[in-house]
Design a protein around this ligand. Structure first.
Ligand code: JFZ
Length: 414
């Protein structure tokens, strides 16, 4: 099944609507909001190489600049994020209202941000930092009640000769991709699911040349170690526990399966010093609400620096989202798509018999015209009851005396 906007989301056999009865997905469906973290060696160049700004997303700099493995891996010698603070990161996720945190264990550059027995090319063995930040972050997330999750690039690996994507150091004709999957990827996935406690989900990336058998083996491996750990749909080949949208693309219409949109807070995933195109708090909250109103989750990314610091503009925005959610979260968490779809000035979410009307664009006359019969209306924040009148086969809420929330005013309809 694909959705209307150029197949933003393709759901496969495992994401059929009756998958919604899979209790493993209950926490995910109710969470609605997660924090994504892209952190790795790419934060050191931060978008520039040999004095040249490199176009594109920051974590792709090794490919975009075709940096030889021998040169790129020397970045590890100077990677010492002494300002890394797992407690601050987990606390930020919790304060932002994110219910799960997904962090890059290994991205396409092939560098392991965790202690792996499979390779020396890791933050513990190849850097002066020597610590395993994933152990510290797993513990901090546990303390804050945030589900700890890993991103893992299972196909693209520009460091390993068997990985996909590096055609500037390695000869495609000599590539042993299956050997890479069997002897590198699967052992690392096993490590991630064995050494860091309960893992909420494994976020695999584009499958590219990965075969259905290889994808299926990874899904089975995950579920054999942690049966309730979810696998995202980007594992590919029609597998996965829920569907993954294209980056930053929210479906046009409500979907009847579980899905998630990965989203940047500016225009890059990995830290890029020159990328200051930060989305506003209003944009971020409205995208979160848009996802919830269509039955999906919003996974919002931050990209920490090489020192281990999340940029202040990202922190400010995450705090602003959290502030809105503290006042209005019951209209998002645990909700399902609302009965009124297709509004251009707002969205609806629903929990049981209660509908939440999210007003993004406030009418100049304060008269909110909605289809259908509404028995009562009140502001979620503060509880003020609002007058209603029938108009044809619709209803009009008189909100002339309301001071709207500049981000999203939530009205409870019964
Ligand atoms: C992938 C990665 O290449 C990228 O670095 C980042 O980690 C992002 C979250 O995931 O990028 C993609 C993958 C798939 C699509 C777009 C970007 N897609 O399906 O449109």
């Amino acid at each position: 099944m694909t959705t209307t906007n150029e197949g933003a989301i393709r759901t496969g056999a495992d994401q059929r609507p009756d998958a919604r009865h899979d209790a493993r997905l209950d926490w995910f469906r109710d969470a609605r909001f997660g924090m994504f973290i892209h952190w790795g060696l790419y934060a050191i160049p931060a978008g520039a190489w040999r004095g040249q700004e490199i176009a594109g997303i920051g974590e792709w700099i090794m490919l975009r600049a075709r940096i030889p493995v021998a040169e790129y891996e020397r970045l590890a010698d100077g990677f010492n994020p002494v300002r890394f603070d797992a407690e601050a990161w987990a606390s930020l996720a919790a304060q932002a209202g994110a219910k799960y945190l997904v962090i890059t264990a290994k991205h396409h550059d092939g560098f392991s941000m965790f202690d792996s027995q499979v390779t020396e090319y890791s933050i513990v063995k190849a850097t002066p930092f020597k610590r395993d930040p994933m152990q510290e972050l797993a513990a901090a997330c546990q303390r804050h009640g945030v589900k700890f999750c890993f991103y893992y690039s299972q196909t693209q690996d520009w460091h390993h000769p068997g990985g996909d994507g590096n055609d500037w150091d390695y000869d495609e004709a000599k590539k042993d991709f299956d050997g890479y999957v069997q002897n590198y990827v699967k052992p690392q996935v096993r490590e991630l699911l064995t050494n860091y406690g309960p893992i909420g989900l494994i976020w695999f990336d584009t499958p590219k040349r990965m075969t259905t058998d290889q994808s299926r083996e990874l899904v089975d491996l995950v579920h054999s170690i942690q049966p309730v750990c979810l696998v995202n749909g980007r594992i590919g080949n029609g597998l996965g526990d829920y569907a993954e949208s294209r980056d930053n693309v929210i479906p046009d219409e409500q979907l009847h399966s579980d899905w998630e949109v990965p989203a940047t807070i500016n225009d890059t995933w990995g830290y890029k010093a020159s990328d200051l195109n930060w989305k506003s708090p209003a944009q971020l909250v409205r995208k979160l609400v848009d996802c919830a109103s269509k039955g999906g989750n919003y996974l919002l990314n931050v990209g920490p620096t090489a020192e281990g610091v999340i940029p202040s503009p990202s922190i400010e925005r995450m705090h602003a989202v959290g502030e809105w959610l503290r006042a209005n979260g019951e209209s998002v968490y645990g909700t399902r798509p609302g009965p009124i779809q297709g509004l251009d000035w707002g969205r609806t979410t629903q929990r049981g018999a209660t509908t939440f009307l999210h007003v993004f664009e406030w009418p100049t006359d304060g008269q909110l015209k909605i289809p259908g019969i509404v028995k009562s209306a009140r502001l979620l924040a503060g509880g003020t009851t609002l007058p209603i009148r029938r108009e044809g086969d619709g209803s009009v809420i008189d909100a002339r005396n309301v001071t709207p929330d500049v981000i999203d005013t939530v009205i409870v309809l019964d």
